[in-house]
Design a protein around this ligand. Structure first.
Ligand code: FDA
Length: 396
């Protein structure tokens, strides 16, 4: 980049949404400059999906997103669907696999998805400038002037695709929120989402011994429930069930875990087991459903030692109630350090759902995760990045 540059469009943030937007806008014939302070584009794409990028979900609906305005995402998701992205990926010859219903991952590596986007930017003629810190953004008579660490850039339109606060070590900053506030927009309170829970000392004491064990559960908060695996870690509770629920959890609330979602009526099972095998331990019964270590830890934690004949109907009822609805109060979450997403963000009320333009500031657009639109686990967040990036790129 030369000391003073003039261009049609500047996109700040070479992540998923910014790359998609830059390529799409450049294909429309605009001169596009994509700026990022990081030394590499698309770092989160590279680390996503355990290195294989869960790049979309074929079952995407607006209901998979959390936002103060649940209608906002509808238009873009309808105009740029998962099948559009699949078509792009296949056009580049990338093999993919459906790991769980609707969840598409690269068969090989998430590098391939970043490769698709960088290639598209190159083919379309969008320029990418990395290692570029943006010091100041000012509105000019016919656009915007950006003072950066490498020079001054003026442009007619500015797209903010800075993402959220998750994983600061990957380049995440609150810059998009600062820009929103500078232009008079409100930013809804942010918090870490899709993030592991940390535990109160009592729960941590028995569960951290079981680090590495995963079991299918149903996890619930006041407003949502998910049937997914739960992973016990040395820091707390993680795995898809906990990550999903974390996006609906508020500090101070309890999370309820059904440890035996496969059993509708454990009391009946327990009573029948007691009748057939009165001398067997409750732990042995639990071992049908859990690993030996977990069955033994649960037995000890809840004081369920002894043979089944020692358990009254009432006590078996209490055992079943605990297994079907164990409440724990997280001490918190692991926060932005490990969160996959940031909930909250730029209030969508001020933004057009068609071209993502700020209604009160023509030429200024916000896309991707910086907005108050957050997807559930399963490829929805990338689909939002692609959809918001593409819709904006088409209409600049
Ligand atoms: P993104 O965060 O991708 O990009 C923002 C860009 O802005 C970055 O390049 C950053 O460097 C740049 N930037 C920030 N501040 C700046 C500043 N001040 N100046 C210049 N540039 C600045 N989703 C999904 O659908 N499937 C998955 O498999 C996963 N997996 C996953 C794993 C992990 C570990 C994480 C952390 C996240 C996921 N996600 C995911 C979520 C997904 O990565 C996320 O929602 C999208 O990357 C958001 O795209 P954006 O382009 O909005 O932001």
């Amino acid at each position: 980049m030369v000391a003073t540059t003039e261009t049609d469009i500047v996109v700040i943030g070479a992540g998923a949404a910014g790359l998609m937007c830059a390529a799409t806008a450049a294909y429309q014939g605009h001169r596009v400059l994509l700026l990022d302070h990081a030394n590499k584009a698309g770092k989160k794409i590279l680390m996503s999906g355990g290195g294989r990028c869960n790049f979309t979900n074929l079952n995407t609906t607006p209901e998979h997103f959390v936002s103060a305005n649940p209608h906002f995402c509808k238009s873009a998701l309808k105009r740029y669907t998962p099948w559009h992205f699949v078509e792009l990926v296949e056009r580049h010859g990338i093999e993919h696999v459906e790991k769980a219903p609707g969840q598409l991952f690269c068969a090989d590596s998430s590098k391939e998805i970043l490769g698709v986007l960088l290639t598209e930017c190159e083919w379309a003629g969008a320029e990418i400038a990395l290692n570029t810190a943006i010091k100041r953004v000012a509105k000019s008579a016919d656009g915007f002037t950006l003072t950066t660490s490498t020079g001054v850039v003026s442009c007619q339109k500015l797209v903010v695709a800075c993402g959220g606060l998750s994983i600061p070590t990957m380049g995440a900053t609150g810059f998009g929120y600062q820009l929103a506030e500078q232009f008079g927009l409100s930013v809804l309170p942010t918090r870490a989402g899709l993030v592991p829970f940390t535990l109160q000392p009592d729960d941590k004491a028995w569960l951290s011994e079981l680090s590495g064990i995963s079991t299918e559960v149903v996890a619930r908060t006041a407003s949502a429930e998910f049937a997914e695996p739960m992973l016990i870690t040395h820091r707390g509770l993680s795995g898809p069930a906990m990550l999903q629920v974390s996006s609906f959890w508020m500090p101070g609330q309890a999370v309820t875990v059904d440890w035996l979602p496969q059993l509708e009526d454990p009391v009946a099972e327990l009573v029948s087991e007691r009748q057939q095998h009165p001398n067997r331990s409750l732990e042995r019964w639990l071992r049908q459903y859990f690993s030996q270590r977990l069955a033994s830890a649960i037995t000890e934690q809840f004081g369920w030692q002894g043979n089944l004949q020692q358990f009254s109907n009432e006590r078996l009822g209490a055992v079943a109630a605990t297994l079907k609805g164990w409440d724990f109060k997280p001490s918190g979450t692991e926060g932005y350090r490990t969160a996959e997403v940031t909930l909250g963000g730029v209030d969508t009320d001020a933004i057009s759902s068609k071209n993502f333009e700020v209604k009160s500031v023509p030429g200024l657009h916000f896309i991707g995760e910086v907005l108050d639109v957050t997807g559930q686990l399963g490829g929805f967040n990338f689909q939002w990045a692609w959809a918001s990036g593409w819709c904006t790129g088409m209409m600049l």
